[in-house]
Design a protein around this ligand. Sequence first.
Ligand code: ZN
Length: 265
Amino acid sequence: MRSLFLIPAIIAVAAASNLPETVPLPEENPRATVETDSEADKAEPAEIPAPDVRPDTPEELHATEKKVPEIPIDLPPPPANEAALTICESRLKSLGAEFERQPPIDGPAACGLSATYLLKSVAPGVSIRPETEMTCDAALATAQWVRDAVLPAARALGENIRLRGLVHASTYVCRNRNNQPEAKISEHARGAAIDVSTFEFDGHELLPVEPRAGEGSMEEAFQKAVRGSACLYFTTVLGPGSDSYHDDHIHLDLAKRSRGYRLCQ
Ligand SMILES: [Zn+2]
């Protein structure tokens, strides 16, 4: 009789041990095991990869398992690395970007940045709106991507078509991933992310980011080209088809992962 009473208890303990949402997902669904956007995006379980799918640090893998909040209380932003910023600004200028350094953002909590940049243009004659708040590195990655990949792709759309601007949906935002208090801090909260939602042209109508797979159109080819090439400049690239949260923008960020792993879907 005693053993019969123990069975339900064992089942309950086993079930409770499975409660954390951080266990690797089944191998038959590897796409769902990779990390999502660093913003309020997919459910937290999908951010924990199976070890054979995406190498990551043990610290990252265990962070949510232990349910340790990653945002401490009211830490001031670290001091700016002025030497690195000088180099970054010089490279931005050489790309023809127009920008203004902004005052530090202080808090709340772990949010806050010692230096953000308002980009007025990412390349000569290519605006970006609305106003941005992003790190110099993120601004530089955006400008490099535009020069090397977006401008050429736009030229391929047609002889008289020229890229005139980018519209973004988000740069710096103070929040955790998924808006969950115990989740990792978002790359948007580090100022290291941008959500590109629309491309503007002279000689062509607006090209919003949207699901285009199977259209067979030049617009699909353009969107696919600029999204694919973005992985050369950013370490995270997500967009339509990655999950339901990215159907209307391309998320780009500079998340740092072990061994320089890039998550581009
Ligand atoms: Zn984003």
